[in-house]
Design a binder for this molecule. Structure first.
Ligand code: SIN
Length: 289
């Protein structure tokens, strides 16, 4: 097995591993450590069944079923083995979308931070991907925190933010939700803006997503100004990596130390990703240690 950085900012590529065949505990320990250190891992040229993808994802912890708003999307995996896997796709069959998120841009976010305990990690497998475009981007929130200018650090190190649950990262209002008219009252979960990573004790910026975020205790105007400053800073090129998909790519990212987004793409291009999600654990504030 060889592990090499994707770029200076974030991510590592793992070669010499066949995820379908599985691997021993020693190999997994090296993979797991690289994932904690580099936030995102890429495995190329994999050929997986749904059950094999689920088995790989489950090495990182117990899996969670698809989120509520996406449960009615069929999985093309069939039967029980697909219970813990769902589809990200723009493909429409017989008038019905076979997966979530369509072809539009997905804004920078961590997954499901509107829950009190957001997922630990997400895994994507490139089942069918366009030759160009639809890149998925990742940004390193350890580095963003470690390199943050002191005045911004002091302003947010003990702050908490409300993470709104009303919209998907593609900007769609979730089923049963009302449009947000006041970010202070929006439904969602409150998290520290700087967390201590539960597995390695490193501190990381934890922002969730920009839309409808609110920093507790501030006026809405001050919160908006501070959030704009934070977001302008933290997704700069020097913290990020843009992934151009090839069929058979597997990406796994640490949802606690990573933001991700997706470029919009040609609606006529077929894109089908299989996705698994690892259940989360509590996220302590950086100052709670
Ligand atoms: C997501 O999890 O935000 C989707 C990523 C993608 O479609 O590339």
């Amino acid at each position: 097995m060889q592990i090499s950085p994707l770029n200076d900012a974030i991510g590592a590529r793992v070669d010499g591993v066949d995820l379908a065949a599985g691997f021993d505990d020693e190999t997994f320990a090296a993979i797991h450590q690289a994932w904690l250190d580099r936030c995102v891992l890429l495995f190329r040229r994999q050929k997986l069944t749904p059950a094999q993808l689920v088995a790989f994802a489950a090495r990182f912890g117990p899996l969670e079923p698809p989120p509520g708003s996406e449960k009615d999307l069929r999985s093309d995996a069939g039967a029980d083995e697909a219970r813990d896997m769902w589809i990200i796709s723009n493909v429409v069959e017989n008038g019905k979308a076979i997966g979530a998120l369509g072809y539009g841009e997905a804004e920078w976010h961590s997954d499901m931070t509107y829950l009190n305990v957001p997922p630990t990690a997400s895994v994507l497998y490139g089942h069918e991907v366009p030759a160009m475009g639809a890149n998925t981007w990742f940004a390193n929130m350890y580095a963003a925190w470690e390199q943050m200018p002191q005045d911004l650090r002091s302003a947010v190190e003990n702050a908490q933010a409300l993470h709104n649950s009303s919209y998907t990262s593609a900007g769609e209002l979730r089923k049963g939700m009302d449009a947000v008219t006041d970010v202070r009252d929006a439904p969602g979960a409150v998290h520290p803006i700087v967390i201590t990573h539960p597995e390695n004790g490193r501190q990381a910026l934890f922002l969730g997503r920009r839309t409808n975020a609110y920093i507790k205790g501030m006026t809405v105007a001050d919160s908006e100004t501070m959030l704009d400053r934070l977001w302008d800073y933290c997704v700069a090129d020097r913290f990020s990596y843009s992934h151009q998909w090839q069929p058979g790519d597997v990406l796994i990212w640490d949802n606690r130390s990573t933001l991700h987004r997706r470029d919009a793409f040609d609606p006529e291009a077929r894109r089908i990703l299989w996705r698994c999600q690892i259940k989360g654990t509590a996220l302590p504030a950086a100052n709670a240690a």
